[in-house]
Design a protein around this ligand. Structure first.
Ligand code: NFE
Length: 476
């Protein structure tokens, strides 16, 4: 039996290695490894409780704020502090703007080059000087400047490749706008430090809200006119990817983005065997049989049978796919279903549904942001924070349920006299890239690994990218 290894997997956050066995030109089994250790759950123990949001924001270089927010939610439970309504809305607004930044980044820079061939754009004759300068570099490059060119089918149409490349360049400026939106909400970016369990310390003004609204409307124009059409163009070229990348069909999502009427943008819940269930924490267990940890939770890189630093969270024994697709499926999102149907696909676990879910979800977040901004503008006189004691010697425990671009995010803290005794982070990429037939490993089974008679790992790369891996988060 043949083996294929990809190490390192590039255009991801963190460090990942994939080894597959191949039979008859298809993946028979896959092992996805998180090859790095971090230790956040360990070094949080013994620290003061308000160190947690500040420290966990550093778990990751792309999803900093969402960890701080999940920690805040858990600390609310552990301390009994609650945020003001406006403070809670500002926190969720910051999360929503963060999602936009991440989804644009992923669609163009992390997975985009898996689908379009930049060489096909090389005879560009237009007036965009940025296009000319990058294409000059591409033409003179002896290595893949953007694509790494594994053998395989890419978008052939020159005009489509040129359009996607020009949007790729434009996306840099749009991501900058989303980052300035996060800073407007959270006082600075990355690592907004105005976010507390009691609300936000940022001074919010009608001018700031108007600025935020106009920034996000520019982002919306880009999503509607560039990102979504590009995602649809990719989907039309690769209908087979509605069949590729089935991670098992189980989904988990956290209720997220609270609205002033008490509802939320996304519903929480799980789907197992096609049936919706309410989420219950008691069904979540992290297994370590194939992970480099001993029973005491310490690292053991020599453990027999272990191959990754990622643990294996299971819901009632089931691996669960999390992410934008899981959120839209659990929420039974109508717009998403219509778009998938119009492409001749079906809503389910597949590479293409994951790619399209990011684009569609950007619209959900933008609509949510606009609704919240309007509400806050009319209720700006209400408090964004209340009196609280960051030095309180609280004793208590609690789970905080947040969202991240890559899926459901859970943080747990147990405090005694204001000091953290136990910390447990269950992170989106931990669910998706877990060992023991986790969703990504399952999604790789059956993928074709030859193209015109040559070995090709392209479909494996597209599949791992479809989950938007963050191995820094996964191993935390
Ligand atoms: Ni490091 Fe993260 C997101 C979180 S994924 S990117 O999104 O939480 O595991």
């Amino acid at each position: 039996m043949k083996k294929m290894t990809i190490d390192p997997v590039t255009r991801i956050e963190g460090h990942q290695e994939i080894t597959t066995t191949v039979e008859n030109g298809r993946v028979a089994s896959a092992k996805v490894r998180g090859t790095m250790a971090r230790g956040f759950e360990g070094f949080l123990v013994g620290r003061r409780w308000m160190d947690a949001p500040v420290a966990v924001s550093r778990v990751c270089g792309v999803c900093w704020h969402v960890h701080a927010e999940a920690a805040n939610k858990a600390l609310e439970k552990a301390t009994g502090i609650t945020p003001t309504a406006n403070g809670r809305l500002m926190r969720d607004l910051t999360v929503a703007t963060h999602m936009l930044a991440d989804h644009i980044l992923h669609t163009y820079f992390l997975t985009g080059p898996d689908w379009f061939d930049v060489i096909k754009a090389a005879d560009y004759q237009g007036s965009n000087q940025k296009m000319h300068s990058i294409l000059r570099a591409v033409r003179s490059s002896t290595f893949g400047l953007i694509n790494s060119y594994p053998q395989g089918k890419y978008i052939e149409d020159t005009s489509v490749c040129q359009a996607i490349l020009s949007h790729y360049l434009e996306a840099l400026a749009v991501i900058q706008k989303t980052h300035s939106a996060i800073a407007l909400c959270g006082s600075k970016n990355p690592h907004p430090h105005s976010i507390t369990p009691a609300g936000v310390t940022t001074e919010i003004t009608t001018e700031k809200l108007a600025h935020l609204s106009s920034t996000l409307s520019e982002v919306r124009t880009f999503i509607e006119e560039k990102l979504l059409p590009d995602a649809l163009a990719i989907a039309k070229y690769f209908p087979e990817h509605f069949e590729f990348g089935n991670g098992g069909g189980t989904f988990l999502a956290n209720s997220s983005c609270w609205k002033p009427d008490g509802s939320s943008l996304f519903q929480g819940g799980v789907i197992i065997n096609g049936k919706h269930q309410n989420f219950e924490q008691r069904h979540v267990k992290e297994r370590i049989d194939h992970s480099y940890y001993n029973q005491a939770g310490e690292y053991d890189a020599n453990k027999s049978g272990a191959y990754t630093f990622v643990k294996a969270p299971r819901y009632d024994g089931n691996p669960m796919e999390v992410g934008p697709l899981a959120r839209l499926v659990v929420s039974k999102d109508k717009r998403f279903k219509e778009i998938i149907s119009s492409l001749g696909g079906e809503v389910g676990s597949s590479n293409m549904c994951r790619l399209l879910a990011r684009g569609v979800e950007c619209l959900n977040f933008l609509e949510y942001c606009e609704e919240v901004i309007q509400y806050l503008a009319q209720n700006i006189h209400l408090p964004f924070i209340k009196k609280w004691d960051p030095n309180g010697n609280y004793t208590g425990e609690g789970w905080g349920y947040g969202i991240a671009a890559r899926g459901a995010l859970m943080h747990y803290y147990r405090l005694e006299n204001g000091v953290i005794q136990l910390a447990n982070l269950i992170v989106p990429s931990t669910w998706n890239f877990s060992p023991e037939n986790g969703p990504a490993e399952t999604a790789m089974k059956g993928l074709p690994v030859t193209y015109e008679g040559m070995d090709s790992n392209l479909e494996i790369i597209r599949t791992t990218h479809s989950f938007d891996p963050c191995m820094a988060c996964a191993i935390h």
